[in-house]
Design a protein around this ligand. Structure first.
Ligand code: NI
Length: 142
């Protein structure tokens, strides 16, 4: 477990009340976790803007019965194998597939890859979620 450092901060009363309301709504267990999460999100955003290497996941939902579509998604992923760490395929129901592709690379490359995959005809949903990689020059993970 990472060593923790205690700090004390001062906030306007109204701001703290709004913060606590938000924590209750999100069922966040402690203020410490909430503040840590906010700092980490800010750092990830900053790293993202600086195009520093990061990790994330691309999720895709598509039609299981279109062989051409599955082949196209595979071909794109092979073309960008250097960005892909792993992928998981879930058969959602008789007709739909969910694919979760773990990616690592520069944000501009990850965005481009997600756009290419989403653009394939028959893909019903595509999205990219980014996270902190935890590497030495990256944002410390939770
Ligand atoms: Ni499937």
């Amino acid at each position: 477990m990472t060593a923790l450092t205690r700090l004390s901060i001062s906030l306007e009363k109204a701001l703290l009340e709004a913060f606590d309301r938000q924590l209750r709504m999100e069922r966040c267990p402690t203020r410490s976790k909430a503040v840590g999460d906010l700092i980490r999100q800010g750092l990830v955003r900053k790293a993202w803007k600086g195009n520093a290497k990061t990790v994330g996941a691309i999720i895709l939902v598509y039609d299981a019965h279109r062989r051409d579509l599955v082949n196209r998604l595979n071909a794109i992923q092979h073309d960008h194998h250097e960005l892909i760490i792993a992928s998981q395929h879930v058969h959602l129901d008789h007709d739909a597939c969910l694919e979760i592709v773990a990616v690592r690379g520069k944000p501009t490359d990850l965005v481009r890859l997600e756009q290419k995959l989403r653009a394939v005809k028959g893909v019903k949903h595509g999205a990219l979620a980014v996270a902190a990689s935890g590497g030495p020059d990256s944002v410390p993970p939770a």
